[in-house]
Design a protein around this ligand. Structure first.
Ligand code: GUN
Length: 302
């Protein structure tokens, strides 16, 4: 194998240790810990498993975590009322409404109701605008793109002047990571191209990427011959391509595959993220970082 593996599972451990130490220090100096509320509406199994992991991680780093689980038939008005309550709760620094929401609730209305200074997902238009301006304006970068940037930096990959090609233009990954990589500053200063379903020659763009970030949701979309030798390949795809029985638990679990043909790509790239165990673990880690940051802004120590 030519490529160095960038393991999200290892980087997660380093960052969570850093956060735990910082939380303990703030608790000692200021007598407070970050407060995070996770609002889950309904019983979508994937959402339950994400929320369970968020809660477990929040406890691990010493946060005060409130889990607010609501039934599927909660009205939009009642959900907006809950958000208002947490917006005005001094002990809460981060509010996370797990998506997707039931169909009768307008997600946009709900996300826009969260106080931008407690929007640790970074989805509120104010935070999207802050991200676009860059520099000191940025409060809460969205978690998956923040995780991607952190992985690139911690792997020691040069970003300044690098050709970054982002495959996918979603609001959650493609657009924000492209914006972050082109900003002035460390871990950025790149020349960025976004390609998508209407791009005419996807292969030609990918082939010149020093850093290729793929968030298309199409298993095996990126072919090995599209990868520039020695480049850094970040695979954000999490595609369920089958099921298997877990050796650990004996339960049925999904077989996951990325958007890149990993086995072939790892022989060409210089750095590559695996699926699972690559970008995935970074999202919740960065949520913890944003929640800690929210408290630090409030205390004037960020
Ligand atoms: N559902 C899947 N991923 C996410 C996420 O990052 N944040 C929220 N709020 N919901 C999600």
């Amino acid at each position: 194998m030519a490529a160095k593996l960038i393991k999200g599972t290892e980087i997660r451990e380093q960052i969570l240790e850093e956060i735990t130490a910082e939380v303990a220090e703030i608790k000692e100096k200021h007598g407070v810990v970050p407060g995070l509320v996770t609002i889950l509406v309904g019983e979508n199994p994937a959402s339950i498993s994400y929320v369970t992991l968020k809660i477990k991680t929040a406890h691990r780093v010493g946060f005060n975590e409130i889990q607010d689980s609501q039934s599927e038939d909660l009205s939009e008005e009642a959900l907006l009322g809950l958000i208002d309550k947490y917006n005005n709760d001094d002990a809460i620094n981060g509010i996370l409404v797990q998506l997707p929401l039931p169909k009768h609730i307008d997600d946009k209305k709900v996300l826009n109701a969260i106080d931008p200074d407690k929007d640790v997902d970074g989805f509120h238009p104010v935070n999207v605008g802050r991200l676009m301006i860059g520099g000191d304006e940025v409060k809460f970068p969205p978690c998956t793109p923040a995780g991607i940037q952190e992985m690139i930096v911690r792997a020691g990959v040069e970003t300044s002047g690098a050709e970054v090609v982002v495959v996918g233009r979603s609001n959650i990954v493609g657009k924000p990571i492209a914006n972050m990589m082109l900003q002035k500053g460390p871990g950025a200063n790149s020349t960025v191209t976004i390609v998508h379903t209407r791009t005419q020659d996807l292969a030609a763009h990918c082939k010149r990427a020093d850093i290729l970030i793929v968030a298309a949701g199409v298993p095996g979309l990126v072919k090995p011959e599209w990868i520039k030798p020695g480049s850094c390949v970040i695979d954000v795809g999490v595609n369920r391509v089958g099921e298997k029985i877990s050796e650990k638990t004996g339960k049925k679990i999904a077989i996951l595959s990325g958007d890149v043909d990993f086995d072939a790509a790892k022989e060409i790239a210089g750095y590559i993220t695996p699926v699972p165990g690559g970008v995935g673990p970074m999202t919740i880690t960065m949520l913890m970082k944003n929640t800690l940051k929210s408290l630090k802004f409030k205390l004037g120590i960020a």
